[in-house]
Write a protein that binds this ligand. Sequence first.
Ligand code: AMP
Length: 248
Amino acid sequence: MKILVPVKRVIDYNVKPRVKSDGTGVDLANVKMSMNPFDEISVEEAIRIKEAGKAEEIIAVSVGPAKAQETLRTALAMGADRAILVETDEEVEPLAVAKILKAIAEAEQPGLVILGKQAIDDDSNQTGQMLAALMGRPQGTFANELTIEGDSVTVKREVDGGLETVKLSLPAIITTDLRLNEPRYASLPNIMKAKKKELDVKAPGDYGVDIAPRLKTHKVTEPPVRQAGIKVADVDELVAKLKDMGIA
Ligand code: AMP
């Protein structure tokens, strides 16, 4: 079985994003970029499935600028076998990514596509669900645990009330949640080896996908600055203040 793992290059999760002064978006100039944290979890899970002898090949794919090759090299250093960059400098919306992934999945025929539950730059939480719908495949989103048995996969999903268990027949689409695993760090020898692994560069047009945006961003603003709190002397004062505010 092959596993396809889409990985997105995003602003590093430790960086505090700054909004451009003209309000057209987030300023990415000279900002540290990394692999989307949920995608690291997807790569880790794919490697664990391969290590357990249940998959033969892991293909990492990214849709983005030439620099997304670095993100793919990270996936290769962690343990992916080969990579595909679908290169574009345009901002690509989840629907266009899902269409490109569908074309790649049709060519590669993976048993599993493991995506992150969301990219931390756009917080869309859409690509995996759209891919499952476009392909007519079962989906197990927000995975907390995966078990593959024969030609099915059992997924424990993180839902509001706790965990829900679903059984999907393969091929299937999975999206990973935070507690699925703890991704490994790539070792130096593996980083060196990753430089020699196959990395194909394609264009969205190679898959016949029109990536023209369907959404228009009107304005991006900083969140309002939080007001400072106040200290109260005792519980009576706290209750009085809450009553004043109409909360108690
Ligand atoms: P989103 O729907 O944008 O929140 O992204 C959910 C997941 O889809 C991510 O965690 C990635 O696995 C995948 N994904 C989204 N955009 C891209 C992209 N440009 N390249 C590769 N994978 C992507």
